[in-house]
Design a protein around this ligand. Sequence first.
Ligand SMILES: Nc1ncnc2c1ncn2[C@@H]1O[C@H](COP(=O)(O)OP(=O)(O)OP(=O)(O)O)[C@@H](O)[C@H]1O
Length: 284
Amino acid sequence: MQKNSNSKKNSTHLELAKLGKIFFKEKKFFDFYSKHKKSSFEAIKNINLKIEKNTFVSIIGPSGCGKSTLLNLIAGLQAPTSGKIIIDGLAIKGPGPDRGVIFQNYALMPWLTTIQNIEFALNTVFPEKTKPDIKERAINYLRMVGLEKASNKFPKELSGGMKQRVAIARALSINPNMLLMDEPFGALDALTRSYLQEELLSIWRKNKVTVVLITHSIEEALLLSDKIILMSSGPSATISEEISVDLDRPRDRQNIEQDPKYLKIKMRLEKHLLRETRAVEEVT
Ligand SMILES: Nc1ncnc2c1ncn2[C@@H]1O[C@H](COP(=O)(O)OP(=O)(O)OP(=O)(O)O)[C@@H](O)[C@H]1O
């Protein structure tokens, strides 16, 4: 049996230090005479976290607590209001090819074919590469997710699962060392979801990437992760707990639920989510 991936880890890949994000809203015309010109909403506050290289981390928390905000900050798509995001020892200042991002809604360009979607990303990240090199690389990644034959199809001709496989191929093709995934399988049926979970695990094992996955599914987090980060309810959400998932790999989805260690963590996660979701309901 393969050992838990702890053996692959060697140093901190991602560090979040006192990270916070406040959204400022411009006041509308009818608010003109009010005292303050802007209102604000503190989504996340004082997030501190260290993630080792090649770790598979999931982030779980009540709906609307700030998970996507956190992922967007790590991706460099939004700027933090306070604190730092440090990758391999350096504070990031924006997006970079070291991070591949995958969203729930695939984010493919509808006017480009499957292969052109991947080529577009490759041309942006590797402008020095020749056209044939880019094409070959794009085909290799499509082959990796079993979609070589769909290379000339447009996104509208693909199923949800196929679109998400293209998004995964595109994110991996730029050779990132971190994959940031925001509910990537949330819109898929159960069978496609479990198929893509297996595919993601195999890609993670082969490519040695650090994965940060946002999920609403406790079962998904337990099946895939080395570590689960629990977020508190917002506003001003923060990290409540970090749980190590010390279960052997590969994990068998049929039998894992019999494992007392699995059941113990599952119960802890359920309790947390219930408590934090109630806290949201009491505020609203
Ligand atoms: N651009 C923005 N301007 C103002 N408020 C925002 C903005 N983006 C997010 N928020 C608010 O920040 C909070 C966190 O949102 P976010 O989407 O990060 O939560 P989430 O945990 O990912 O939600 P879900 O679980 O429903 O996907 C929410 O209250 C949301 O309304």
